[in-house]
Design a protein around this ligand. Structure first.
Ligand SMILES: *[C@@H]1O[C@H](CO)[C@@H](O)[C@H](O)[C@H]1NC(C)=O
Ligand SMILES: *[C@@H]1O[C@H](CO)[C@@H](O)[C@H](O)[C@H]1NC(C)=O
Ligand SMILES: *[C@@H]1O[C@H](CO)[C@@H](O)[C@H](O)[C@H]1NC(C)=O
Ligand SMILES: *[C@@H]1O[C@H](CO)[C@@H](O)[C@H](O)[C@H]1NC(C)=O
Length: 631
């Protein structure tokens, strides 16, 4: 039962739904989403609003949920032979020069930072005449979605113009709130704000449903405006609480060319859910990581690009009504099997709901203030170079061939516990899970073990691609393959050796023999001659400590410091006892040596960080694991 919501008939809103289960689930998900991801600093309190308001105080709100048929209407997805033909035909239509320029020999030239006139104008509160755009780069139009958060908007505009070299003419600010932002826009030389939503988003909305309703309708109106009214071809959508990399716009510009060749590329996302600092491939150079991109079935958000074609052909047809369904869930449901979003190994955006953070905090490696700070983000603007990239390996058929080959080359293990033990023999591992679908709960154990950030829109595992997740653990590649995946090749598995943790010869430390993970960590700490365990001087970060020793600090190595018993055995002289740190304290993510010789061990390795400098209130020093450079 789908009710078309009539804007002008508020009686409809009184209608009660009996889909209780759905409501409860939706509310729960919404509440979780809200508390972990949306909860932001201060939004402005606005008094009684003048405009028509949708939800009256005593009115019962109806939750509109799409039924399953609607959500999965494109169930059948791509015919892959046809898709490959279409891609090849598109390539044949391009001349050689265009193909090289857009796909196979793409020149990625880093830009120097914008000239100081921009800064001067901003400092003058927008008073100087012309905003200099001489250094701005070519990029698609940008739609900024903002609502009653002027200080976030200003942070983003500053970031776009002074860090990412945005062309100010291409910035469009969509505002559905009441706060005054016209002075900010003038100061930055940005076009006046656009109000495409019929409603103004009041700051003190009573319920989550109201909030979602407003967000949903605002997104819908913005998409409609940029793609239908303005006929823009490709648009970058940014929420006001993001921070972007210096090359973020170049990333969108270059990667979005692939959408013209491969119609299964649904969007380009700047964000990578599985890019915690510890998730580093230590066999890869920084530049290689920077220019590695992936495809995923999940709609990532946090800075994304959509095309006119994708919107009108896929999204708009299933979004003919405004609902309290979160807007990103609707977009996710518009992706059919075989559609993917491109995302970077090194994120080009960071969600920063804490206004104390900005691009400078990322660049200067300032202490993390919330969990978003433990993510990597490409922030370098001094290394100016011209790079030539072959992006054809992101086209559907080549991408699959690469992944097949990677899985074929990888060593099958039955548990991630083998990784720290087999560190010297192989770099690529594959773990098969019994999961039979993207939403199968059997994914949960393996993704928790490896610190993957869990599920997103549509309850699917973040970063998943056709039943496969490519990730890293302790600096090595790990490919997780679901039983249902087309990449689960039984013939191949029969021909290749597998390692079961119990069969790996590993002299067990007496006291640890009951705990395989502690034992594996201890074994590695003891036997990897490249690693050096020591205590930093008080107040120093491990980054500083390792650099002083002419060594490197890597969060991927520090994972070895997350089992108290293993650390105790290694540091008997320094630690009288080890215990998991209290999750509420500053030291909760720092392996830490207290003045009383208690050693604190974090129990969530996702929040490991080399750069954190402990405050004077912490009576002790960081325990660091450094990597010797010469080995
Ligand atoms: C489209 O834009 C024009 C002018 O920019 C405006 O007059 C018109 O009302 C808009 N239409 C819609 C449907 O937003
Ligand atoms: C970044 O934030 C800090 C405070 O957290 C502030 O001092 C600084 O001016 C900000 N920088 C920019 C470029 O906004
Ligand atoms: C797999 O191994 C072969 C032979 O060593 C190599 O040529 C190929 O590049 C590898 N594939 C991947 C994806 O690394
Ligand atoms: C499975 O692996 C075998 C052995 O490597 C290979 O010959 C076969 O082509 C693979 N099948 C698929 C569908 O990839």
């Amino acid at each position: 039962m789908l009710n078309k919501l009539n804007y002008y008939n508020s009686n409809l809103l009184k209608h009660k739904t009996n889909k209780k289960k759905i409501i409860i689930t939706v509310c729960l998900l919404v509440a979780i989403y809200y508390f972990f991801f949306l909860k932001t600093g201060s939004s402005q309190e606005i008094g009684k609003n003048k405009d028509k308001i949708l939800f009256q105080d005593d009115e019962q709100i109806q939750l509109f949920t799409m039924d399953d048929k609607e959500l999965f209407s494109r169930k059948n997805g791509w015919n892959y032979d046809e898709l490959e033909n279409v891609i090849n035909a598109n390539i044949a239509d391009m001349n050689q020069y265009n193909y090289e320029e857009k796909v196979s020999k793409v020149v990625w030239l880093d830009h120097i930072r914008p000239v100081n006139e921009n800064l001067l104008r901003i400092k003058n509160n927008g008073k100087s005449k012309n905003f200099q755009n001489t250094n701005s780069i070519q990029h698609p139009d940008i739609a900024i979605i903002t609502s009653n958060k002027p200080e976030y908007l200003e942070r983003l505009l500053y970031n776009l113009l002074l860090v990412s070299n945005a062309n100010v003419q291409r910035i469009h600010v969509f505002h559905d709130g009441y706060s005054e932002i016209s002075d900010i826009l003038k100061k930055y030389g940005v076009n006046p704000e656009l109000h495409v939503s019929q409603y103004r988003h009041v700051a003190n909305l009573k319920t989550q449903e109201e909030k979602l309703y407003y967000m949903n309708s605002h997104y819908k109106e913005i998409f409609n405006y940029v793609f239908n009214n303005q006929s823009m071809d490709k648009v970058i959508f940014l929420e006001d609480d993001l921070i972007l990399s210096p090359d973020a716009l170049k990333y969108f510009d270059i990667l979005s060319n692939l959408m013209d060749v491969d119609p299964s590329i649904f969007c380009i996302s700047a964000w990578n859910d599985n890019a915690f600092k510890f998730q580093d491939d230590l066999m890869k150079t920084f530049q290689d990581s920077r220019f590695t991109f992936y495809r995923q079935d999940h709609f990532g958000g946090l800075g994304f690009l959509l095309s006119h074609q994708i919107y009108t052909e896929r999204i708009e047809p299933i979004w003919d009504k405004i609902s309290t369904e979160p807007w990103d869930t609707i977009i996710q449901s518009a992706m059919s099997p075989g559609d993917q979003c491109i995302y970077p190994e090194m994120p080009r955006s960071q969600h920063a709901p804490n206004i104390k953070r900005n691009y400078t905090s990322v660049l200067d490696h300032q202490n993390e203030v919330d969990h978003w700070g433990f993510y990597k983000m490409y922030s370098d603007y001094e290394n100016i170079a011209s790079n030539v990239l072959d992006l054809s390996n992101l086209l559907y058929h080549k991408y699959d061939a690469r992944l097949r080959s990677k899985i074929q080359n990888a060593t099958e293990i039955d548990s991630f516990t083998a990784i720290p033990v087999l560190f010297s023999s192989t770099n690529d591992f594959v773990i098969y899970t019994k999961a039979i679908s993207n939403s199968d709960s059997r994914w949960d154990k393996v993704i928790n073990d490896l610190g993957i950030v869990g599920r997103g829109n549509g309850n699917i595992v973040r970063g998943i691609y056709k039943g496969v997740v490519e990730t890293t653990y302790m600096g090595r590649n790990v490919v997780l393959v679901g039983e249902y995946s087309v990449f689960n090749n039984q013939t191949l598995r029969k021909t290749k050796p597998k390692f079961a943790v119990k069969d790996i010869p590993m002299p067990a430390a007496e006291s640890l023999s009951g705990d395989p993970l502690s034992n594996a960590f201890y074994y590695r700490l003891k036997n990897d001659a490249a690693l050096d365990l020591s205590i930093a001087h008080r107040g120093k970060s491990c980054e500083e400590h390792c650099t002083d020793k002419k060594q490197l600090c890597k969060e991927a190595d520090m994972v070895l410091l997350t089992q108290p018993n293993a650390v105790l055995l290694m540091m008997e002289d320094q630690c009288e006892s080890t215990e998991f740190s209290d999750s509420s304290s500053e030291s909760s993510y720092l392996p830490f040596h207290m003045n009383d010789d208690t050693c604190l061990i974090p129990n969530d390795f996702r929040y490991l960080t080399c750069t954190y400098k402990p405050s004077a209130q912490l009576f002790g020093s960081r325990i660091c694991l450094c990597r010797k450079i010469s080995l």
